[in-house]
Write a protein that binds this ligand. Structure first.
Ligand SMILES: [Zn+2]
Length: 382
């Protein structure tokens, strides 16, 4: 029994890896997943937007809804000849499968589907509903993927209580870290206007470097917040400044700069933008500032989902996971605002997006039984 369960999850992973699903191309992965889920009684809906393929599957009509989520797209392999083996042909070495997407995140997808198969086989009358939300647009622009599916579900009044994302959250060993939120990311594109002039006649010119310098100093000095139990303090970083026409006796007429905030739940993008404008306006400087929001911060508060995930991890590893908000953004930023508790639990992330990406076979098998345990804790009445 154990052997066939194990080979089930690995053979599904291998099947997914052979689909060359470079973002945003799903390359048939979702069809494979939908076929497996349909056999379990899931109603599978394809929700394409633009050139992005999305799958939403649900088993049951009642609440609460426990949803597993992830993406089938992968980043390009990079230089194929630097790989030790074909990046789209799963290759086993030292107990690990090497291939693009093995860890990020086809391993998580295979673990989910097999966990659901085993859970439904044993608890076909589970309470609530099971759902699966898969996109092919996580590694790319992320505009026509999870964001659009969540909007469509909200528009028809469909609520997801709990979501487990299979993104590779672990650092040293499987389950050592579970992500329970992410910082927000907000970028500013700045233009400071001045008047170009001769360096010897500064009173006839208006040097934007001079007018921006004290603002920049203040932006660096501000203590935006002190963070909280789950977030480090908000950070402000300048990534680019350009001015000058490349001539030693001419002062520039314009300065452009880009900066980025990684911010905690103390702020929303509105409140943060407002504070920045107050600082600029206090300096009496002629500027234009455009903003780009990559994602608001989100945090899942302690509750049933976090405790179920922690228990499932601890039962398999002997150690409770660290609850973290580190790392970059993920599709959790689109799921959480609908009022869903979101947690990310997946394989070790050390090799993701790299040459020779790989995942331990034993980890994917264990991850699958962690997912199954989460289903049992949340959807089987005791
Ligand atoms: Zn990923």
């Amino acid at each position: 029994m154990a052997m066939s369960e194990n080979s089930g999850v690995i053979s599904l992973l291998e099947e997914l890896i052979r689909c060359r699903s470079i973002t945003p191309d799903d390359a048939g992965c979702q069809q494979i997943l939908a076929n497996r889920l349909r056999a379990l009684g899931f109603v599978c809906e394809s929700m394409p937007f633009g050139d992005v393929t999305n799958l939403y599957a649900r088993r049951g009509d009642a609440g609460p809804v426990l949803c597993f989520a992830g993406h089938t797209d992968v980043v390009p392999p990079g230089a194929d000849d630097e790989w030790s083996s074909d990046p789209f042909e799963p290759t086993v070495r030292d107990g690990a499968i090497y291939a693009r997407g093995a860890a990020d995140m086809k391993g998580g997808l295979a673990a989910m589907v097999v966990a659901l198969e085993q859970f439904v086989a044993e608890h076909s009358e589970h309470r609530g509903s099971l759902a699966v939300l898969i996109t092919s647009d996580e590694e790319g622009r992320a505009r026509d993927g999870t964001l659009k599916v969540v909007e469509a579900l909200q528009a028809r009044g469909e609520k997801i209580e709990w979501c487990v994302l299979g993104e590779p959250s672990s650092e040293q060993s499987l389950g050592d870290i579970v992500r329970i939120g992410r910082r927000g990311s907000l970028s500013g594109m700045l233009t400071v206007n001045g008047v170009q002039g001769h360096v010897a006649y500064p009173h006839l010119a208006d040097n934007p470097i001079r007018s921006f310098a004290p603002v920049l100093a203040e932006l660096h000095e501000v203590e935006w917040d002190q963070g909280n139990d789950f977030f480090p303090p908000t950070s402000f970083q300048v990534v680019d400044i350009q001015a000058g026409i490349g001539f030693p006796n001419v002062t520039p007429g314009e300065l452009t700069a880009r900066f980025n905030f990684r911010y905690s739940t103390v702020w929303t993008h509105d409140s943060l933008e407002k504070r920045v404008h107050e600082i600029f306006d206090a300096h009496n400087i002629d500027y234009e500032l455009n903003w780009h929001l990559s994602g608001e911060p989100f945090l899942t508060k302690p509750g049933k989902l976090i405790s179920a995930v922690s228990v499932a991890v601890e039962q398999h590893t002997g150690k409770a996971p660290e609850l973290s908000t580190g790392g970059g953004t993920s599709d959790g930023r689109f799921i959480s605002p609908a009022g869903t508790d979101v947690v990310e639990l997946g394989p070790v992330n050390a090799s993701i997006h790299k040459i020779d990406e790989h995942v331990l076979i034993a980890d994917i098998i264990t991850l699958s039984s962690m997912y199954r345990r989460i289903c049992e804790i949340l959807l089987v009445a005791d």
